[in-house]
Design a protein around this ligand. Structure first.
Ligand code: GRF
Length: 223
């Protein structure tokens, strides 16, 4: 049987790169019909670059500080991604806002993961914000990137409980565990051509429905 055509990923990361690692691992285990063509970071010290090099993946550091505008930086990133013929751009802890230059070069082909249940808590330090708010659930969201900050159409979300004795670290770790599952899954759906976007509505062809509900804290007297 002929092997499936693989899509080419470009992963952009500024920090520790644990999401990148989960994508690398799933690719290596043959779970994804995808190859990572390039890892780009704006941060020369990003651990993500080391993770990619260890896995023999091409890396590129494009330091945003070397550019006088966001657009000029984005032009350089876009040129690099076009050069490797990226089919999908995966933002994995990429701490730069994407300009129109970038969006127009990869329409509906840039995805991001955010450690909260959007539209709640967009922006930064959102695990702490969920704790401060007293939310009983938080989670993570994979979404298409549009011109706003964490505003694009939602592709998938995973929910985790928030406990009263959680710290930012314990909640972040619980959320991150789910991030490492849903991000590769969304990439695989993309590679299978199963993701359709109509306005803000994203559907995954042939996905199952579940109506199971979660309550935190769990009910004790009522069922
Ligand atoms: C994750 O929490 C992700 O949701 C957010 O940035 C963090 C990146 O973590 N966008 P890592 O670099 O993948 O470990």
């Amino acid at each position: 049987m002929a092997s499936k055509e693989k899509i080419r990923l470009a992963v952009l990361a500024s920090g520790s790169g644990t999401n990148l690692q989960s994508i690398i691992d799933q690719c290596q285990q043959g779970q994804l019909d995808a190859d990572i063509a390039l890892v780009v970071s704006n941060n020369p010290g990003a651990e993500a670059l080391e993770r990619a090099e260890k896995a023999d993946i091409n890396t590129l550091c494009i330091n945003h500080r070397d550019f006088e505008s966001r657009e000029k930086f984005d032009h350089a990133v876009v040129a690099a991604l076009q050069e490797v013929k990226a089919d999908l751009v995966v933002l994995a802890g990429f701490m730069r806002i994407i300009s129109d230059v970038f969006l127009q070069a990869f329409p509906q082909r840039i995805i991001n993961i955010h450690p909260a249940l959007l539209p709640s808590f967009p922006g930064l330090h959102v695990q702490q914000k969920a704790l401060d708010y007293g939310a009983k659930f938080s989670g993570c969201t994979v979404h298409f990137v549009d011109g706003g900050v964490d505003t694009g159409p939602v592709i998938a979300q995973s929910v985790v409980p928030v406990f009263s004795d959680d710290s930012e670290e314990t909640l972040s770790a619980r959320i991150l565990k789910q991030e490492h599952k849903i991000y590769p899954q969304v990439i695989q759906w993309f590679s299978e051509g199963r993701i359709t976007v109509t306005d803000r509505q994203v559907t995954i062809d042939e996905s199952q429905k579940t109506d199971s509900s979660l309550t935190n804290p769990p009910l004790t007297t009522l069922r």
